[in-house]
Design a binder for this molecule. Structure first.
Ligand code: AMP
Length: 422
């Protein structure tokens, strides 16, 4: 399938060629024709699937076909959970719309000075990309009106709800015209998303994809057992010295943990930086730019700060701490294997974190294989006092892997039996 076949005009198509896009990704192929027909859409798409172009290309095409009016208020609003994602969407939109010199995009996000944003809003804006909190601020001080919005996009809606933006989103939506088109993108579609969609969408069409990209088939997932954090650091040092490693993102569960680990890795000689919510926007932007320029090889980050990072050089995503939510695991590993490349996702797991791995495996529907690094085997303590019956660590791990496989088989069997009964 080609971009032209799914309805993209030659003006935008030539910009895509410049960006190196040859053919649409599955989510683009499924979404673009429906979006161009003006339908409301609920799309379940992971980060890294090409979802930005899936909503932005139809938006650009629709804008380019409309006669220009004197109304300075935005016609398109894209709501995103984080500043990083908003800046990334703005950058991608500017690239896709490179042949539309009249196009004006404004980015309204928290943590950045109001002055420039107010200035941008005082001129005509075609597309507004915003995080909910700051947009509400600007609406309350009458710096922007949403009365002219024709298309509303909610990107990473599940994350916006997780971050507590529900009331802000509802206020924003109430201020847009009822006859607008609404597109909602989310990695997971659960009850709360369905409720939100019901309130604000008109007979939406559901698009769900399970392409290999969606399942992260291009990312090799492995787990390493560790006795404690000290052991994790040793495993990490080993991984970071692998020759296949280009750049890596390491995830910790706390901001303090991120700083501490970055300091430790820096002492071990790695070009490393931390990225988390306690840093101001300027520091964060500088760190991401250093990562892009490969001045930094290893980034130690917390979940929210790393959300939306799209850097092709990231070959490895490492979970130093496992995430609380299984879906965060999917978001984390999606930082690697970008733009069709292969990636490695490694999780360092202590005995206490085993239950999280089980939850993640259930969520992703696959078993993650356990690996051992020679010389860095875990000394998993077993409470057997019978030394004659003592098994080696490798044997224990093998038994564990077998048991886990059997559990997965049993779960599948039960699921099938349930479905048959229905
Ligand atoms: P996204 O899911 O929108 O964050 O996109 C993930 C990555 O895929 C970005 O680096 C995009 O530039 C890239 N991408 C999106 N669509 C295509 C395409 N059709 N062909 C090649 N790369 C793409």
């Amino acid at each position: 399938m080609s971009f032209e076949k799914i309805g993209i005009n030659s003006n935008i198509f030539s910009a895509l060629k410049t960006a190196g896009f040859i053919s649409p990704t599955p989510v683009q192929e499924a979404t673009i024709p429906q979006a161009l027909s003006g339908k409301d859409l609920i799309v379940s798409a992971q980060t890294g699937s090409g979802k930005t172009a899936a909503f932005m290309l139809p938006v650009l095409q629709m804008l380019s076909q409309k006669p220009k009016s004197n109304n300075i208020n935005p016609q398109v609003l894209v709501l995103t959970p984080t500043r990083e994602l908003a800046l990334q969407i703005t950058k991608a939109t500017a690239a896709y719309g490179i042949n539309m010199p009249w196009l004006r995009i404004a980015t309204i996000v928290g943590g950045m000075p109001y002055r420039n944003q107010i200035k941008a809003l005082s001129k005509r804006v075609d597309i507004l990309v915003a995080t909910p909190g700051r947009l509400i601020d600007q609406m309350r001080s009458n710096k922007v009106s949403l009365a002219n919005i024709q298309t509303l996009v909610l990107d990473e809606a599940d994350r916006m709800l997780d971050m507590g933006f529900i009331e802000d989103i509802e206020t924003i939506v109430k201020n847009t015209p009822k006859d607008r088109q609404t597109m909602l993108f989310s990695a997971t579609i659960d009850e709360s998303i369905a409720r939100l969609a019901k309130k604000m969408m008109n007979n939406p069409q559901h698009i769900a994809l399970t392409s290999s990209k969606q399942k992260h088939d291009n990312i090799t997932q492995k787990l390493f057992y560790a006795d404690n954090n000290e052991h994790k650091v040793k495993l990490l040092n080993h991984v970071l010295n692998e020759s296949s490693l280009d750049q890596a993102i390491i995830f910790t569960s706390t901001k303090k943990g991120a700083d501490k680990l970055a300091e430790c890795l820096s002492e071990n000689g790695f070009a490393v930086a931390a990225l988390h919510g306690d840093m101001n926007q300027r520091q964060r932007t500088r760190t991401i730019s250093q990562l892009q320029k490969k001045q930094i090889r290893v980034l130690v980050a917390t979940d929210i700060a790393a959300r939306g990072i799209d850097i092709n050089g990231i070959s490895h995503a490492v979970n130093f701490d496992l995430p609380m939510q299984a879906e965060d695991y999917v978001h984390r590993i999606g930082r690697t294997g970008r733009a069709g490349r292969n990636g490695s996702a490694l999780s360092l797991v202590t005995n206490e974190e085993k239950h999280k791995i089980r939850r993640i495996e259930k969520y992703i529907g696959q078993t993650i294989s356990t690996e051992i690094i020679e010389g860095l085997e875990p000394k998993i303590s077993r409470t057997s006092h019978d030394n004659s019956n003592k098994k080696t660590n490798t044997e224990i791990l093998l038994i564990e892997m077998k048991l886990r496989l059997e559990i997965t088989h049993l779960e599948n069997f039960l699921l099938q039996a349930k479905q048959k009964k229905k």
